[in-house]
Design a protein. Structure first.
Length: 393
């Protein structure tokens, strides 16, 4: 195992009607003026935004607002948020939405608390020294950004998608009401479940050291998400399944399932960032479309982990050589993705990159990570291109 530092300062308020406690949580943070940051029309149509405003007004907390966050949140809106918050004297940011909204709020928080261009942090040319405090009202189970140290932003010019991680941006609190996720379209729910699974699998398929307890937690989380994703496919209003998925999303990306390993693989995430940056595909669907190709490319270098995954998560039974068991586990995972109507290759995703586009994505991915990425198998640019080609076949 590896030594680790586990830090999770976010207060979680979970359950039906949890947003009723929002005013008290914001007031306890000692802020004078809040920027309410949100996405499209769902927060408005559902009445959630009105309830958020009322909760703040009840506690006498002033606020400004900025909506319009899109999936794969844009740097241009981050700049708008920084300018607006400075003009309004904002000292706290409240993200009302899912991972894209939270990531955008974190970037705004960095921009307000540090001099210079916030994009520098995402290009990794310098490190943030502070971040404005952030609270969350979560409406989507997916990214886990409500408890994580990470955020991902897309620069409008060239569709360059980059992530930055720092404990400075971990939210002060996360209000999590499973009922707020019930109105999500089935496809978005499935994309979210896929993202949750991938956040844990990225930490699971590693070389060099693991902890038995961490592995058991990760395996239970994966099984729980898969079971409840099927339930939600058939019964989208099932509150218990919504609650299981919502909590799993937070635990999958707050560091818990990576304690004792080398920090995780995250090559599939890196490859997908270039894919969604170029083609604008939903993040979860992009991950599903790439994972099987990545797994078949790397499994021999991480064979014990893939065998354990096949046995303990995918319930692959019977005898056989380790390679056969590992491949059966990979195939079973792809069958699951198809079962919740997720793609397992780029054709099913509806994307047909040219060879030049595949090369561009591989090059950009390699550059983004300083030449290579991965733990199950270290991938260089030529490896990344091979994975993209496999997914495009």
């Amino acid at each position: 195992m590896f030594a680790f530092n586990y830090y999770t300062p976010t207060r979680v308020v979970f359950g039906r009607g949890a947003e009723a406690q929002l005013g008290g949580l914001v007031a306890a943070a000692g802020c004078k003026k809040v920027l309410i940051h949100y996405g499209g029309g769902s927060a408005v149509r559902s009445g959630l935004l009105d309830r958020v405003r009322a909760a703040l007004e009840e506690k006498g907390v002033a606020h400004a607002e900025l909506g319009g966050v899109q999936p794969n949140p844009r740097l241009s809106l981050v700049y708008q948020g920084i300018d607006l918050a400075r003009r309004e004297g904002v000292d706290f940011i409240l993200a009302v939405g899912g991972g894209s909204v939270i990531d955008s709020a974190k970037a705004i928080g960095y921009g307000l608390a540090n001099e210079g261009d916030v994009w520098d942090f995402y290009e990794h040319t310098r490190q943030a020294e502070a971040c404005l405090p952030i609270g969350v009202v979560l409406t989507i189970a997916a990214a886990g950004s409500e408890m994580s140290s990470s955020s991902v932003i897309t620069r409008d010019e060239g569709g360059v998608k980059r992530g930055y991680s720092s404990d400075l941006c971990r939210p002060v609190f996360a209000v999590m009401d499973p009922e707020l996720t019930v109105t999500l379209p089935a496809y978005q729910t499935a994309c979210g479940c896929t993202d949750i699974l991938m956040h844990t699998m990225e930490r699971y398929f590693t070389n060099g050291g693991n902890m038995e307890l961490t592995d058991a937690i990760a395996e239970a989380l994966l099984r729980t998400v898969m079971k409840n994703a099927i339930i939600l496919r058939d019964d989208p209003e099932n509150y218990a399944a919504r609650a299981e998925i919502l909590w799993a999303g937070s635990l999958s990306h707050n560091g818990l399932t990576g304690c004792g390993n080398d920090g995780g693989d995250f090559a599939t995430h890196g490859l997908e960032h270039e894919l969604s940056g170029m083609f604008g595909v939903p993040h979860g669907a992009g991950l599903a479309a790439l994972w099987g190709s990545w797994a078949r490319y790397v499994y021999r270098e991480c064979l014990p982990r893939f065998v354990r995954f096949a046995r303990n998560v995918m319930d692959v039974a019977g005898d056989g050589a380790d390679e056969e068991i590992a491949l059966r586990g990979i195939g079973a995972m792809e069958d699951f993705f198809r079962g919740i109507r997720m793609p397992v290759n780029l054709k099913e995703l509806g994307v047909a990159p040219t060879e030049e586009q595949l090369k561009t994505m591989a090059h950009m991915c390699a550059v983004a990570y300083g030449g290579f990425r991965g733990s199950a198998k270290r991938l260089y640019e030529e490896d990344m291109l091979k994975v993209y080609r496999m997914a495009a076949e």
